[in-house]
Ligand binder design. Structure first.
Ligand SMILES: [Zn+2]
Length: 181
């Protein structure tokens, strides 16, 4: 397993059992073990819900991010799933927060993860029910034709992988984006 502290900063700092307060053993990055009371605390990646909004003619809405990570670069709306909502609810909420409009989800595009990341992305395709507006999180909004996507300016590795899958599903062979990693 990768031992990068950034993968699990809470566990990197843990020293004591949260149940009985005895000194605990940290098996980084996946769990904390307490020999005194037999407590086990597991760490798991967090789900992130995303939507790739499309126009009926196939153009794809992307946003230029206002904040790090990825500030100034292009991706689609998305964010952490909160306890108390479904992944689909989270995807629609993130569109409302970032694009100031509502989304109807079409279906699942894919699930994306890597062993060195703390997140698992669940990416849907969808359509926007009204014209979106910029927000502090999305400082520029544009539609891109599939052949004109900004492959060199994506915010995250997952942006390119998901959009490559989208184009493959659509049978659009004209674009040959670089394969990540
Ligand atoms: Zn304990």
């Amino acid at each position: 397993m990768l031992a990068d502290r950034a993968l699990n900063p809470q566990l990197a700092e843990a020293r004591f059992c949260p149940r009985c307060a005895a000194p605990a053993t940290v098996e980084f990055p996946r769990r904390l073990v307490c020999e005194a009371c037999d407590y086990r605390q597991y760490s798991n990646p967090k789900p992130v819900a995303c939507v790739v909004p499309r126009e009926p003619d196939g153009r794809i809405w992307l946003l230029r991010r206002g904040f790090d990570p990825g500030a100034g670069r292009w991706t689609f709306p998305g964010g952490f799933v909160d306890l108390g909502e479904s992944v689909e609810d989270a995807a629609r909420r993130e569109v409302r927060e970032e694009l100031a409009t509502d989304a109807e989800l079409d279906g699942l595009l894919g699930v994306y993860s890597r062993a060195d990341e703390r997140i698992v992305l669940v990416v849907f395709t969808g359509r926007l029910v009204r014209e979106p507006r910029t927000t502090p999180e999305a400082v520029e909004l544009r539609t891109f034709a599939p052949a004109a996507l900004p492959w060199e300016e994506f915010a995250f590795w997952s942006t390119g992988v998901a959009l490559r899958d989208l184009l493959a599903h659509d049978g659009a062979p004209a674009v040959r984006p670089p394969h990540p990693g």
